[in-house]
Structures are given as C-alpha cells and as structure tokens.
Write a protein that binds this ligand. Structure first.
Ligand SMILES: [Zn+2]
Length: 382
C-alpha cells in the first residue's frame, strides 16, 4: 500500500517546496512532487501546509523524562527513545557520561537490548562522551572517572553494542594514534572536553579527526595569540562542529557567528539533553555522582553552577537556528539531520526528503515548529 502525504511544505537540503506531496512505498520515499493523485487504496495524510522535514538525527544526548543512558536499563533507553521521537528525532546516539567501565558496559547492554525491538527512535550506535577527557575541562563530567585513551575499552564496549563516536581530549599522550584507531573501526573520534592548543590538536587532525564535541563549550577559547580549539573551528573548514542550540550554551551572537561564518555542511545541531529534558522546572537529580538542578530551563551543577547539559528538544532547536540566524530553512535543515547522516555513513538513506530515502519524517507546524506527526519507516508513529 502506498502512503501519500498531501499539502506538505517540504523542506530538505536545498529544497523548499510548498503545496507538495510525498509518496511512500515500503518505508521509502518514492516521489516528491508538486501534485499527487492518491489512488483509492492509498493511505492519505493531510499535512495542511505544515513543514515536512527529514527526521532529526541527534548524535549527542544523555537522557530525557527522568532517565539517563547511564542508568543502564532497557527501560531508560526506551523512554529516552520515546521522548526523542516526540521531538521529531528519528535516529540518535545514546550518549554516555564519564563513568566507570562497569557502568559503560551495563549501558551498552541496555542499548543492545533496546535495538532488538527498536520500539521508538532508532539507535545508530553509542556515543561515548569520555571517559578519556581532560580532567581540567570536565564541565559537568565527574573527574573521578577520567582515564587515559584506551582503545581496548572502546572495543570491548563496541562488541556489546556498536560505538559510533568517542569524545575525548586529543592532547593526551597517544591522542593522535587513538583517532586513527577509532577511524579504522568506523568510529568517529571527536575532540571534546579538551584543553588543547591548536598545535596540540593538529596531530589528531592529521590522522583524520574531523568532529568537535559541543563547539565552544569545554574547549580552549579563542585568544589572539593562541586561537585554541574555538579558533580551530573557525580556521579549519572541514571540522564537523556540534552546536547546542538552546540559546544558553552559546549566546545568539556566537550562534550567528557559527552559522554565517562556518560552512553549514560542517555544522551539526545537538541537544546534549539530560534526564531533566521533558521534565518540569525544579527537578533535581544526580549525574555521574554530581548534583544537578533544573531552574528557569537551565540545568546547572548545584555546586559551582557549571552548565550540566540542556533540556532542548530538536524541533525547538531548529526554530532557534532559524530565529537567530535568519537563514533559510532549506540551508539550515542539513544541520539537523543530513550532515550527521553523512558522517555516520548513512547519508545515502537518511537526512533528506527525496526519492530513495528512508521515510523517517517529522511534520512541524510552520509557525511554532511543534511536532504534528512523525513517520518512521513510512509509518505514522505520532
Ligand atoms: Zn554531553
């Protein structure tokens, strides 16, 4: 049976097509056109002029709805995946914290269990944020669990459930070789929670490192005599920079700087959302042994006040990108899905509303960007 989404305002990289129709057969997009004639037996969904965009891909998020990936239960992964789907996010990388090896192993087992059924948003693999970070740039990660880059530990986890990304500090001894070892295994090495100067970063770059974890946050700032990692992000075009678009982690001017001065093919929106995402204000919790409280929409460590992560939803993030930059959605939309898909090796099947692509789609209200519907493999799930 064919599914036809009519009255769709299709937004896809390089495409802005109002009054369009999207045809879906067997979970794949078979046609995107100005006009469609649904057959008698076709299932028709009227988008009523709403945006139809590629389902979001979030490569960096820790939790939602009171659950964290490091709770290491299948229930936690399932609840997080359900919350992500409600944001229009159809693929994600459950992201771990800097915790002990036993906790990482348990989290990987929970992810593996979830992947057997994948009831909600799809998991493309695990993102290990730490534990191989710089203990001076922990942010809200617990320094107690920081350790040296260790490929054996990564591979042991990868065996349980595939690891797709590792955020680490490349200035550490063996940092460049670690990047090369990750790439050899199809894992994206990412520079994050780092105190590297530009020269200390370059050996890992030369080995192929092309990703930066939450650009500007927990990395060396730009100084006019040492441009640090923030300077590197502006100087080097092909670094894929994650940005948290909650307008708290980066001020609007920095978001504008990134979106207007960097090549949008190398920018990726993330939420870095914590368990307090989708929760009410005042919610308090522990993260990697540290106390965090949600106040006025900001999740901060009770002690010291460091930002601990965000409560952002992907659909709101896209609206923030548009509102702050004034750029066109057809240019911004690659920042929320396709760029991520390309880096994860899925760029031929995910991240576009185009013939041949998997019908993972989010339908957003054209004013508020609220999620009106979500399609997963062509089936309406929300
Ligand atoms: Zn994070």
């Amino acid at each position: 049976m064919k599914t036809v989404i009519v009255n769709a305002h299709v937004i896809s990289p390089g495409v802005d097509m109002p009054c369009a129709a999207v045809e879906i057969v067997d979970g794949k997009i078979t046609k995107v056109a100005k006009a469609a004639k649904p057959g008698k037996n076709d299932w028709v969904f009227d988008a009523k002029g709403a945006y139809v965009v590629p389902g979001f891909i979030d490569v960096h998020l820790h939790g939602a709805c009171g659950y964290d990936v490091c709770d290491a239960t299948t229930e936690a992964i399932e609840k997080i995946a359900e919350a992500k789907l409600a944001e229009g996010c159809t693929t994600f990388l459950p992201t771990t914290l800097t915790v002990g090896n036993d906790n990482l192993v348990a989290a990987a087992k929970a992810v593996a269990e979830y992947r057997k059924t994948t009831k909600f948003s799809k998991v493309a693999g695990i993102h290990l944020e730490g534990p191989f970070i710089n203990s001076k740039c922990c942010g809200a990660q617990n320094p107690k669990f920081v350790r040296k880059p260790d490929m054996k530990e990564v591979l042991a986890i990868d065996k349980i459930s595939p690891v797709k990304m590792v955020s680490y500090a490349p200035e550490q001894p063996g940092g460049a070789a670690f990047a090369a070892a990750c790439l050899k295994r199809g894992i994206v090495p990412s520079c994050g929670h780092t105190g590297a100067k530009l020269a200390e970063f370059m050996p890992a770059y030369k080995k192929g490192l092309r990703h930066m974890t939450h650009f500007c946050n927990q990395m060396t700032p730009l100084h006019h005599r040492e441009i640090g990692m923030v300077g590197a992000g502006f100087l080097i075009e092909d670094l894929n920079t994650e940005i948290i678009c909650d307008r708290i982690h980066l001020c609007d001017d920095m978001l504008r700087l990134v979106l207007t001065r960097r090549n949008l093919a190398h920018v990726q929106m993330i939420t870095d959302s914590l368990r307090c995402s989708h929760c009410k204000d005042g919610y308090a919790f522990e993260m990697g042994g540290l106390k965090v409280q949600l106040k006025g929409g900001e999740a901060r460590l009770v002690e010291g006040g460091n930002l601990a992560g965000s409560t952002l939803w992907m659909n709101q993030g896209l609206k923030n990108l548009r509102d702050v930059s004034g750029l066109e959605l057809k240019d911004l939309i690659r920042v929320t899905s396709w760029n991520q898909a390309i880096e994860l090796g899925l760029g031929d099947t995910l991240g576009k509303v185009e013939k041949g692509y998997v019908a993972d789609l989010a339908v957003l209200d054209a004013k508020s960007f609220k999620v009106k519907a979500v399609f997963l493999d062509g089936k309406r799930r929300i």
